[in-house]
Structure formats: structure tokens, C-alpha cells
Ligand binder design. Structure first.
Ligand SMILES: CC(C)(COP(=O)(O)OP(=O)(O)OC[C@H]1O[C@@H](n2cnc3c(N)ncnc32)[C@H](O)[C@@H]1OP(=O)(O)O)[C@@H](O)C(=O)NCCC(=O)NCCS
Length: 175
């Protein structure tokens, strides 16, 4: 799916496949890690770790337990969104996660990705709940999720230590 963003850049949203070089996916996630934003990961992934992760996601996609959309700008991966089923008796809950590189934020991509993934998850996984979590200091994420219809259902106090300060963790469910 080719998309023109609000600033005129053209990107392509594709389902994760072995055709996307692991090194490009690794560069994408490590750029987010190095920016030191409100994500859990606090150290870069090496190629082998990313390769194993991608292998597991592809396996999860084959079993309809996971989904992953990547955003390509040329060959560069500039964004991604994941969806993953819970396990066992919690398998009808699907958790999402999203990350976009700095130069591609604020131009509508987050909204497009979230809408597309919600549609795919509803069609393919038929879940009872679609949810995500975010640190209380992550205003762009909270605003995006609220705009898309997610509502805060729980707060874990002082859950993430980010740049020396504790932040609550909000769990948000799509209503
Ligand atoms: C959170 C994130 C996915 C938002 O994506 P985005 O592409 O920048 O968002 P969009 O341009 O589609 O904006 C959609 C809505 O999100 C909200 N939003 C986006 N950026 C915002 C900002 N800087 N401040 C406040 N609200 C913001 C607004 O409600 C916006 O709607 P509007 O344009 O009508 O005001 C993006 O900032 C990101 O990837 N951040 C780094 C990784 C991260 O924090 N991931 C989430 C972890 S929980």
C-alpha cells in the first residue's frame, strides 16, 4: 500500500516478510533505541538478536498469532506496528506496539498505521480486546491512542524509569 504523507513524502506499508533485509529492520529499531524515547528497550539489538526476533514474528504470523506492518521509504524501514495475541486463556486479547522514526512523525503515519492494523486484527484475529500500553510521559502516543478510540483502563504507578525519573504505565483498550 503506497501512501503520500502530509508533507508529500511517499512511503509504502508492507506486511513483514523475509524480503525485507534484517539489517534494515535492525537499523530501524536501533535508531529508536538510540533516541532513548519512551520504549522499554534500553540497549541496541545485535544482528543475530534481530534475526531471531524477525524469525519468531514470521512464525507467529503463519500461526495467526502475530502481525507486523513495516513502513518503507525506499529500502529504509522508517516505521512499524506490531500486534500479538495473548497466550492460553488470554488469547483473545491482542496487544499492539508502534514506533516511527523522528523524521516521519507528525505527518499522519501513526494514525494510518494504527487504523490499518486495527482493521487487520479485527478481520484476522477476531479479538475480544485490542490494547496497548504507554508511559505517562509519552504525550504524542497518548494523544494518538485517545484519538483512535483507546481509553485508559489501568495505571501501574512508577513503572518505567526513564532518564532517571519514574513514570506511570497506562494500559489502554480500544472501546
Ligand atoms: C507516538 C507516535 C507513533 C505518533 O505517530 P505520528 O505519526 O507522529 O502521529 P500522527 O502524525 O499520525 O498524529 C496523529 C495524532 O497523534 C497525536 N500526536 C502526534 N504527535 C503529537 C505530539 N507531538 N503531541 C501531541 N499529540 C500528538 C495527535 O492527536 C495527532 O492528531 P492531529 O494531527 O489531529 O493533532 C510517534 O510519535 C512515535 O513513533 N513515537 C516514538 C515511538 C513511541 O513512542 N511509540 C509508542 C510507544 S507506547
Amino acid at each position: 500500500m503506497k501512501i503520500e504523507l502530509k508533507d508529500g513524502k511517499e512511503v509504502e506499508i508492507v506486511q513483514l516478510s523475509s524480503e525485507i533485509p534484517v539489517i534494515n529492520l535492525c537499523e530501524y529499531i536501533n535508531t529508536l533505541v538510540e533516541e532513548d524515547i519512551f520504549i522499554r528497550t534500553d540497549r541496541p539489538f545485535c544482528f543475530e538478536e534481530e534475526e531471531r526476533y524477525i524469525f519468531d514474528v514470521l512464525e507467529g504470523m503463519r500461526k495467526n498469532e502475530q502481525d507486523y506492518l513495516a513502513v518503507l521509504y525506499g529500502k529504509k524501514v522508517v516505521g512499524g506496528i506490531t500486534a500479538r495475541r495473548g497466550i492460553g486463556k488470554e488469547r483473545n486479547n491482542v496487544e499492539m506496539g508502534i514506533g516511527i522514526l523522528k523524521e516521519f512523525r507528525g505527518i499522519g503515519l501513526g494514525e494510518i498505521l494504527l487504523k490499518e492494523m486495527v482493521k487487520r486484527v479485527r478481520e484476522k484475529m477476531n479479538p475480544e480486546n485490542i490494547y496497548l500500553h504507554t508511559a505517562s510521559g509519552n504525550k504524542p502516543a497518548i494523544c494518538l491512542y485517545e484519538k483512535m478510540g483507546f481509553r485508559k483502563i489501568a495505571t501501574l504507578p512508577k513503572w518505567m524509569k526513564h532518564k532517571g525519573e519514574y513514570y506511570d504505565m497506562y494500559w489502554m483498550v480500544l472501546v
